[in-house]
Each structure stands twice: as C-alpha cells, then as structure tokens.
Ligand binder design. Structure first.
Ligand code: MSP
Length: 521
C-alpha cells in the first residue's frame, strides 16, 4: 500500500479555535479521507504549539501556569476535533517530553556542527508574532505581518547559518517546481527571500523562559519556530528509541499550512532538514484565509465565528461543505451569514436534497421502488448524461489529486445540476402518462447511478450525507467504494426506500441570517 504522510500546522493555544483554524484541519481530514478511498495508507498528524512568550502571557492573565493553560486548551482542541470527526492519527504537543528531549538534542547537534553560532541580535520585535523585523521590513513603523506596535530589542542570541544552505535550497526549488503550492506563493518566497539572499535566523531567546532550554546555555530558550517545525519528525520518533514511524512515513507527502506561515515552512524548515541530513518534504500547500465582510476575524471587531454553534445548528456536513467550497485554491474565502444560508438552501437543500427526494419518490410511484438493470438500448440523452458523469469523475479526481478541493466540490455540483436538468429534459411524468415504461425505467436507472456517484464523490467531506444517500437508495456495499465509480452498469434489482428522508430542511433565510449574526463574537 502506498503511504501518505499528511500534517496540519500545530496550533497556538492562545485562544479558542475559530473557523479559520478549523478550516486547515477540515482540509487535512478531507484529503486524508480521499487518499484512503484511493488506497493509500495515510498518517495524519496534528497538534499544538505550546511554547513561547505569548502563551506565557495569556496564561498569566488567566491566573494559571502556562502548563495548566495549555493542558486545558489541548482538551478543548481534542473536543473540537471529535465534534468535527477529524480522523487524526497523532496529536503532538510541544510540551511533551518526547518532543522537548529531541528538540534539545537537535539544537545541540546543530551547534556542534557549527550551523548554530552565538551572536547578538538587535531589531524590532513583534510580541504577538514572536518575530524580529529589520527597520526596512516595518510598515509605517509597525509589524508588517499583524500591523501592531513593535519594540526595539537587543539580546544575545544564537543564530542559524541560513546562508550556508541558501544555494542548495534554490537548487532544490529549481529541481522541484511543485514543491510549494500554489505557484504564486512559491514565486513570492523565491523572489522576496531567496533571490535577495537569506539572512541568518535568530534561533534562541533570553527574554522569557516558557520554552525548551538550550542544554549547554540554559538562559536561552529555543526559538519557537525551530521548536515547532520539528514536531513533524519528533512525532514519528526521530532520535528516539522507536523510530519505526519515521522510517515508514518520512518524508512528509504534504504539509498543509496557511499562507501566513509558508515562509517558515518553505524556507527554514527545508534548511533545518538539510542540516540534519534528512530528506525534504515532497510538497507544501499554503491555503488562503477565511475572511469576514470587514476583513480579518478579530475579537476586537467582534466578528469571530466559531465552528461549534454552526455545527450544532446546521450539521457537520453543511459546515464542512461551506468552508471548503468558499475557499478557492489560491485565494482567500469569505464567510458571510448570507452566503452560508444561501448555499445551504440552494446547493444542499434544493439541488442535492431535492434531487434525491424526487428520484426516490418517482421510483416508488412508477415502479414500486424497483430498478431492474442497466439498459443498453438507451436514448442519446441517456448516453449523454452517462458520459457527462464520467467526465465529472475524471475532473473531480484531478482536483482532489492537486488539492483543488473547492473546485472538486463545484465539479461535483455540476453533476448535481446536470442530473436535475436531465429530469426536466426527460419529463418522467410524461413518459409515465404515455406508458413509455422502458424509457422511464432507463431514466430512473440513470438518476440512481448519478446519485450513487455523487454520494461517493462527496464522501471525503460529507460523510453522513453520503451514507444517508446510499442507504436510502439501498446501494450494496461493493458499489459504495471509490473504485466502483468507474462502473455504470452494475446495479441490479435495486429496491429504494419507500420512506425517503429529507437531507437538508430548508431554512428561513432572514431568520437564520440573524441567528448566525448572533453567533459572531
Ligand atoms: N503555531 C503556528 C504553526 C506552527 S506549525 C509548525 C501557527 N499557529 S496558529 O494557530 O496561529 O495558526 C495555525 C493555522 O491556522 C495556520 O495555518 C493559519 O494559517 C491558520 N489560520 C488562522 N486563521 C485563519 C483564517 N482566518 N483562515 C484560514 N486559516 C487560518 O501559526
């Protein structure tokens, strides 16, 4: 079985996770489920990035020790992933001994090798981003990443000799043009950082102590990004007694990250790995941000939306459908209550739900619920619908394989629309009236086949809806697999349910928009 090692970023437990954080994880879980359906042995790693000054400060504010704070947050995170049915294989926390021990050792090694050296750092420090900037990087004297105040700071620091590896990284980029996805992000990294020349990176701090201490110089703690990035290998047992997972799964097939952290993953992480003599990950995909009407989500604007109330009211499948569909491959997506309700009512309730309901209703009415078998002597319209459906499968697979998930969804909905249109074109009620039963049976067959295929195509992100559809149609298990998508003539003597259930109940638009607005905090 081919393997597929997939990771999410490890999240900062500085506050409750909102739909943006949930997005990265949903995307990862969807890719995992797709890859599994395609026969891969998938290992999905997620976790939490628990060190750093910001966490220390948040804990202090709450009157807790940092450890108490992160312990609580880890429970919260796991609760959320359970609610969202995220099928992760391991949850790494950077405060776990299995991680800290290895980070200490990695730092030691890199020092011994001469990749890390002691010097002094002076620069503009942004506390929330835990990053130093040079004078020229500041925007209007503020942090170029979050726009907040920066402070001039000077400290004795360890540095990583990035310059030593920069050319090797450039070469690697040239030899692996699909290393960073989307291409626009790769070009940004290449032109803005690699071309002008990489600066050495400051990899220790003395201004706080909530972190992994440098063994040979414990007044320093390891820079949070060096600590955090290594989670992808410590979780597999790097430098520990049992490194079976490392041998099996490294290098990662895909690191999923948001666009804000591609710099760390696309530049520093590969160089750390080169220094450790480990193979580089195969791909890193940086997605965009979920934005609100008035820009970024922020508590001060009161526009933060969390997954729990949405899932509770509209169901997990509708939630995942929305966030995955709204976020295109290389751009930001937007969350608005209006769009959420609209997609629920149109895409899910009208287009998909009604298609299933009408089909089951007609089969019951015209044929006592029975579909006999595929008929060769079909009309040209039937053939056209079958071919269209074949084309969609091909497109959807292509999109999933290249992580164009939103596009995979819209391709699938093209099939939903085409199938709805097919009902209008064939007018089954007329065929029935005119007693053209052979034609009518073939129409019903094609409707069921398309619905079966749609149910399988949505299964990586709408697990429950997929199952409900297949159950109501009574599709046998062997025709529920991804492989069975290529078949179109295997259904025989099927008896659909005589008690169809509504998949998505129509929402009162105005009322629901108001309700969603009250969920924003
Ligand atoms: N701890 C680091 C990651 C270390 S990985 C070795 C971190 N954590 S984070 O909690 O701030 O962000 C985690 C992920 O959530 C990032 O991929 C980030 O891009 C993503 N998102 C945060 N807000 C988001 C949106 N509004 N929309 C989509 N994704 C967003 O960075």
């Amino acid at each position: 079985m081919p393997k597929f090692y997939l990771t999410t970023p490890i999240y900062y437990p500085s506050g409750k996770f909102h739909i943006g954080t949930a997005y990265t994880t949903t995307l990862a879980d969807t890719i995992k489920k797709y890859k599994q359906a395609r026969g891969y042995d998938v290992y999905l790693l997620t976790g939490m990035d628990e060190h750093g000054q910001k966490i220390q400060q948040v804990a202090e504010k709450e009157g807790k020790t940092p450890q108490e704070h992160v312990d609580l947050m880890a429970e919260e995170a796991k609760k959320l992933w359970k609610l969202m049915e995220i099928d992760y294989d391991d949850f790494i926390r950077t405060t776990q001994p299995r991680h800290e021990k290895v980070v200490e050792e990695i730092f030691d090694r890199l020092m011994e090798q001469g990749d890390i050296y002691l010097s002094e750092y002076e620069g503009w420090y942004c506390m929330p981003c835990e990053t130093y900037f040079t004078e020229t990087q500041l925007v209007d004297g503020k942090c170029p990443e979050c726009g907040r105040e920066v402070k001039k700071m000077k400290e004795e620091s360890y540095f990583f000799n990035m310059k030593k590896y920069a050319n090797r990284l450039i070469e690697f980029y040239n030899q692996n043009p699909n290393f960073i996805l989307p291409e626009s992000r790769k070009n940004e990294l290449f032109n803005n950082f690699l071309k002008p020349g990489l600066e050495d990176l400051c990899v220790s701090r003395t201004s706080f102590d909530w972190g992994v201490k440098v063994r040979k110089d414990p007044k320093h703690v390891v820079y949070v990004w060096l600590d955090a990035l290594t989670n992808y290998i410590t979780a597999l047992g790097y430098l520990s007694e049992d490194d079976t997972l490392l041998k099996k799964y490294w290098p990662a097939d895909l690191h999923l990250v948001g666009k804000d952290i591609i710099r760390f993953h696309g530049l520093y992480w590969p160089i750390f790995l080169m220094a450790l003599g480990l193979p580089l990950p195969k791909q890193i995909y940086a997605h965009g941000f979920i934005m609100m009407k008035d820009g970024k989500m922020s508590k001060s604007k009161g526009n933060v939306i969390y997954p729990e109330p949405l899932i509770e009211r509209y169901g997990l499948d509708a939630f995942k459908y929305f966030i995955l569909r709204e976020m295109s491959y290389s751009q930001d997506g937007t969350f608005t209550p209006e769009a959420f309700v609209e997609r629920f009512n149109f895409d899910l309730c009208n287009d998909l739900g009604n298609l299933l309901n009408r089909t089951i209703g007609m089969i019951n009415k015209y044929f006592g619920g029975e579909i006999k078998e595929y008929n060769q002597n079909v009309s040209s319209l039937d053939k056209e619908v079958e071919n269209f459906s074949n084309g969609v499968i091909h497109e959807v697979e292509g999109c999933f394989d290249t992580y164009h998930i939103s596009q995979a969804i819209s391709e699938t909905w093209n099939l939903v629309s085409r199938t709805n249109k097919y009902i209008d074109e064939t007018m089954p009620w007329v065929l029935y009236k005119e007693e053209k039963l052979e034609e009518l049976q073939s129409t019903m067959y094609h409707l069921v086949e398309n619905l079966r295929r749609i149910a399988i195509l949505i299964s990586p992100y709408m697990v429950h809806t997929s199952k409900k559809m297949l159950d109501q149609l009574n599709i046998p298990n062997e025709l529920r697999t991804w492989d069975s998508l290529s078949k179109y003539d295997q259904i025989k003597n099927l008896k659909v349910t005589d008690k169809p259930e509504v998949l998505f109940a129509r929402l009162d638009q105005e009322q629901e928009i108001e309700i969603i607005k009250t969920m924003m905090k």
